[in-house]
Ligand binder design. Structure first.
Ligand code: SAM
Length: 665
């Protein structure tokens, strides 16, 4: 029998285990004999004062912080309207401080994530940089996000004159990167967006965390077309994306792959409008014959205007037409595309072209300069506006940038994660790419539910007015005023749009083409929402009561007041290292609920008076699902007597339950 404790994976223990495996002689009574380790390592030890190293004030504490297990939990918010398609989706949206969330995900996602993209605050002088609290980070989180009263101003921005400007930022990033590395697969990769305020420091801590040998590149991305005329010295237009592998050897080439059915854009939202002549012979994917009426058509964030009617027969146009749009290709290109039968009008009256034979055969590496076809700030603003009508933030990244980073790497059925997800561009890009190539990538987004009212207080005038628009929007849809609500709404809206577009494409496709396409109903546009909170289990919460009344009430309930059995079930899954998207089924036995997780892999019954009937039902569930092994969890006080407990245990043992798989809380 084992007794579960409330901690997330203890990373320190795991590392020490590995060390002892390598050097068994340094293990003395369960502790490390450091002097001996030094002797073994001999000339490789450099402890001179002047050795090369990167230190800052608080680094030691930040390191410890990354190694202390979290005592918190993630509570499911499974009502429709909070999550979307709870029962079917494999995407997660987690609201919370990413340090605690990463700790809580260590067991379930250890070595499981193929690609991480993050876009942390850049430390530009006005950024909010999260300050962790070593003593009780969950309580600290609740203060920062306004969930409990706090004295003083918990939400401050990191100003250059604060004196701890770089230090605060490094202390925030360092523990999070350490935890991120653990969840990357061995052939995984992390992409980190950053600008020149911290690129030098970020590179140094990444060298330390991921290992210099696993450095891949610093990609340069042009974030805006036009430099600012107000620049005092140089006018900057570039940003960086640091790329590190978990293992340089195991990561495959990062290339823009050529999918045989891939198509390319001929318009780009940030170009000025211009006209091109389409001579007859352009393919039309709408149907055999018909007319596209002259007029302006909107396709996602793009617009195409046909200046006269387009007449088509047998799937090709039979008249010349002038077309107005934000073209990214010249008139000569257009002529060639038509001659080579590459250009086509899409089902929703947009424009695209097939890739050329030459493009198909060349597997292009990403180059360190990402200048074209990766979008810019204007494109991302327009994409966001096409969903919300207004711009709320300056930091939104273009879909194309993240889309191509995802595509550069073999991710088809893999887990992708963004733990600074902001307006959810990564989740949007993941759905888009799955719709385009039929893949089944899953996305985990993590976002701090930053309180917009508090953000406004410290914002400058221009930002204030944008944030006010976000607040007005959230009020209009009756949602709480925090950033995570915008992030989730983006996924809802983008998902519907992407599914609608896929539907149109699917309906217009031939049977042959459909074989390589995802059926629109199979596209995962849902997400399960989880929220960071303190543990549901009383004894796992440090220092809990504020008054006697609370303590008395508390003693009457098995869990922290206000928490449900479902909260506890997900906490168990997390702490036992199960995937949070596993199906959870509820089975009733005489008014007692058995939660069967992952088709009987884990069964939990938190009821009182658990008896042999519950045990027999568990065995039935296990047999129905052909599970060889299973685990069972009960409350210690869930049995009326020791005899009942023994009987339940013995019944389960006779069906193959291992001693350590009979778990009590
Ligand atoms: C630069 S933005 C990301 C923008 C995003 N790439 C997009 O396209 O919208 C950084 C985000 O990280 C969030 N953030 C900052 N500290 C965090 C923390 N400790 N945990 C979770 N999210 C955090 C901020 O609220 C902000 O939304």
């Amino acid at each position: 029998m084992s007794h579960l404790n409330g901690e997330s994976l203890n990373i320190e223990d795991k590392n020490i285990e590995k060390l002892v495996e390598l050097f068994p002689e340094v293990n003395t009574d369960g502790k490390i004999d450091f002097e001996k380790l030094k002797q073994i390592l001999g000339e490789y030890v450099d402890d001179s004062e002047e050795r090369y190293r990167f230190v800052w004030n608080g680094k030691g504490e930040a390191l410890r912080l990354s190694q202390t297990p979290s005592m918190g939990t993630l509570r499911p918010a499974n009502e429709e309207g909070k999550s979307k398609n709870w029962d079917d989706t494999e995407n997660l949206y987690i609201e919370g401080d990413n340090l605690e969330v990463l700790k809580l995900l260590q067991k379930s996602y250890f070595n499981k994530v193929k690609m991480i993209y993050i876009d942390p605050p850049y430390n530009t002088g006005g950024d909010f940089v999260y300050k962790d609290n070593f003593k009780d980070n969950i309580q600290n989180y609740k203060k920062i996000t306004g969930q409990v009263d706090s004295e003083g101003n918990a939400t401050t921005t990191n100003r250059e004159y604060s004196g701890r400007y770089h230090t605060d930022w490094l202390n925030m990033m360092y523990p999070r990167l350490r935890l991120a590395r653990n969840i990357l697969k061995d052939d995984g990769v992390i992409f980190i967006s950053i600008d020149d305020n911290e690129v030098h420091n970020l590179r140094k801590i990444c060298d330390e965390v991921f290992g210099e040998d696993n450095f891949i590149d610093v990609l340069k991305w042009k974030r805006k077309k036009q430099p600012s005329f107000l620049a005092k010295h140089t006018a900057k237009v570039m940003e960086y994306i640091l790329v590190y592998a978990k293992s340089f050897e195991k990561l495959e080439k990062l290339s823009i792959e050529n999918l045989s059915d891939a198509t390319k854009k001929v318009i780009n939202i940030s170009n000025p409008e211009s006209t091109r002549t389409f001579k007859k012979g352009v393919r039309v994917k709408i149907g055999e014959s018909g007319v596209i009426k002259a007029g302006r058509y909107k396709i996602r964030s793009m617009e195409v205007e046909y200046l006269s009617d387009v007449i088509y027969q047998n799937g090709v146009t039979i008249n010349d037409v002038e077309v107005l749009s934000r073209f990214s290709v010249s008139q000569d290109n257009i002529d060639n595309f038509i001659d080579e039968d590459l250009l086509f009008i899409t089902v929703n009256k947009g424009l695209r072209r097939d890739v050329t034979e030459e493009e198909k055969t060349s597997r292009k590496s990403i180059t360190d300069l990402l200048l074209s076809d990766y979008g810019d700030n204007q494109e991302s603003d327009n994409e966001f506006k096409s969903l919300f009508g207004e711009k709320y933030f300056d930091y939104t990244k273009p879909i194309n940038l993240i889309y191509n980073l995802i595509k550069s790497n073999f991710t088809e059925n893999e887990v992708i994660m963004d733990f600074f997800s902001g307006s959810s561009t990564t989740a949007d890009a993941v759905m888009q790419i799955n719709a385009d190539d039929g893949g089944s990538r899953k996305c985990i987004s993590v976002q701090l539910p930053e309180d917009l009212d508090a953000m406004i207080e410290t914002a400058d005038t221009e930002t204030k007015s944008k944030l006010q628009k976000a607040i007005n929007f959230l009020d209009s849809i009756h949602k709480p005023r925090n950033l995570a609500e915008i992030g989730k709404e983006r996924i809802r809206r983008a998902g519907e749009k992407i599914k609608e577009e896929l539907k149109e494409r699917y309906e217009a496709a031939s049977d042959e083409e459909r074989k390589n396409m995802k059926h629109p109903n199979e596209l995962d546009i849902g997400f399960k929402v989880f929220k960071l909170d303190s543990s549901n289990i009383k004894e796992w919460n440090p220092g809990k009561y504020e008054n006697v009344q609370q303590a008395i009430e508390d003693a009457l309930t098995p869990y922290v007041p206000g928490r449900t059995e479902e909260d506890v079930v997900y906490e168990m899954m997390l702490k036992m290292g199960l995937d949070l998207t596993y199906p959870v089924e509820e089975v009733d036995v005489n008014g007692k609920t058995i939660y069967s997780i992952g088709y009987g892999f884990l069964m939990i019954c938190l009821a009182d008076k658990v008896d042999i009937v519950v045990a027999e039902k568990m065995i039935e569930i296990k047999d129905e699902n052909n599970q060889q092994e299973f685990r069972a969890i009960f409350r210690d006080e869930g049995f009326s007597s020791d005899t009942d407990k023994t009987n339940v245990k013995e019944t389960l043992r006779s069906a193959g339950l291992a001693e350590e798989s009979f778990i009590t809380l």
